[in-house]
Design a protein around this ligand. Structure first.
Ligand SMILES: [Zn+2]
Length: 171
């Protein structure tokens, strides 16, 4: 299993809803947590299409929060948005400002098959919005508010798809 990087087409696919959780799926969840944490640049969230699986779930590990969100659906709580710098393991080395809702309510099925609803704000709310976008083929680079304010790490240049992206947005 490896992390798919742009322009891999699976990153642009709409994923299929999950109906049940098999033992193989549970193994996959744990493998994804490991992959995310052992990556060159550690991630806090990983969506199934990012490992080549076009199904509707994401894993998130941020501080004490460690969850698998299966078929997640969120809605904003209030209209307030804020902007922060995001990055993505599928667009290595690129960081840019993205606007997201500040507070959300998310419903999902967890790794044990329980239906859950959580109210989230701040970074965790942002991560859920970013990861859920992946399930609809949407990437944070589609939502960068200002390409003049992006930051690029040298490792980005090892990925031809990322180099092409940066060229597209060059002045
Ligand atoms: Zn991402």
């Amino acid at each position: 299993m490896e992390i798919r990087v742009i322009p891999d087409e699976i990153l642009r696919m709409k994923t299929k809803k999950m109906k049940d959780i098999s033992e193989a799926d549970k193994k996959l969840f744990e493998d994804m947590f490991t992959l995310m944490k052992e990556n060159e640049v550690e991630g806090v969230g990983l969506a199934a299409p990012q490992v080549g699986v076009p199904r509707r779930f994401v894993v998130i590990e941020l501080d004490d929060f460690r969850e698998v969100l299966i078929n997640p659906q969120w809605e904003p709580m209030g209209k307030e948005k804020d902007e922060d710098i995001e990055g993505c393991l599928s667009v290595p080395g690129v960081y840019g400002p993205v606007e997201r809702f500040k507070k959300i309510r998310v419903s999902f099925t967890d790794a044990l098959g329980e239906k859950r609803t959580l109210k989230l704000d701040g970074l965790l709310a942002r991560v859920v919005q970013h990861e859920t976008d992946h399930l609809d083929g949407i990437l944070f680079i589609d939502k960068i508010t200002d390409w003049d304010r992006i930051e690029v790490l040298p490792l980005a240049l090892r990925y031809p798809g990322v180099v092409d992206l940066l060229k597209e947005h060059e002045k």
